[in-house]
Write a protein of this length. Structure first.
Length: 231
């Protein structure tokens, strides 16, 4: 039996659940147990009802505590993930407050360069995102014509796209980088993280029911090609 599973590319539980994800895009009735396992493997699968028709239409944002560094203090990763093709952006800072920095410095310039608009940003109810009518994050989004959506109250786990990414960046980048290098400042860690983001967005194939092996950059290129052909 194991040899058959290996030939079919389903040797591990991880591989089998990914195959179920792919098949779930077609009419297929899955048991509650299957769905639970798939959501555990891929938190963004909980957001399968969230549909994006184009890159930039709906982005998910959250803040992740990387850790406490000697001589630096706590370091946070401000993360934005595109729900269409999993393109991701990240900015490190010693505070949770400047959540708008990654949007201003990385996200909006990237989509403007692609001639795409950002429709909405989904966040939880953290203080870095909302609180008053004059909150810097809220004001900045309004000035740039970006809708601010929030997750369901007391259910921060509904922002599954960012949850999945934070697990990935923790396992694939931070656990490796922090084991091999002693960082005495945020800037060198950000430089290494930027290189990893380039790999993540342009070289790393993304498995699962949305990308199905495509890299995030490929999903954008494919969308733009189809759009240009339609014109």
């Amino acid at each position: 039996m194991q040899s058959i599973l290996i030939k079919q590319g389903m040797a591990s539980t991880f591989d089998r659940l990914l195959r179920l994800e792919e098949q779930a895009a077609a009419p297929l009735e899955l048991s509650a147990e299957h769905l639970q396992h798939m959501e555990k493997l891929n938190p963004c699968y909980r957001e399968r009802h969230v549909e994006s028709s184009r890159p930039g239409e709906l982005l998910a944002q959250d803040t992740f505590l990387v850790g406490a560094f000697k001589g630096v203090g706590k370091v946070y990763l401000h993360t934005v993930v595109d729900t269409y093709g999993s393109s991701a952006f990240g900015f490190l800072h010693t505070s949770k407050t400047p959540a708008v920095a990654v949007v201003h410095n990385d996200v909006l310039p990237f989509y403007q360069e692609q001639a795409l608009t950002v429709g909405a940003l989904l966040t939880d109810h953290g203080r870095e995102f909302c609180g008053t009518d004059t909150h810097p994050f809220e004001v900045y989004l309004a000035l740039n014509g970006v809708e601010h959506r929030r997750t369901k109250g007391r259910h921060p786990q509904t922002n599954g796209f960012v949850e999945r990414f934070h697990r990935t960046v923790k396992e694939e980048f931070f656990e490796v980088a922090l084991r091999e290098t002693f960082y005495e400042a945020v800037e060198p860690l950000q430089a290494d993280l930027d290189r990893w983001f380039t790999y993540y967005n342009t070289e790393r194939p993304h498995l699962g029911y949305r990308n199905r092996g495509k890299r995030p950059s490929e999903t954008i290129t494919a969308f733009l090609n189809v759009t240009h052909e339609a014109r």
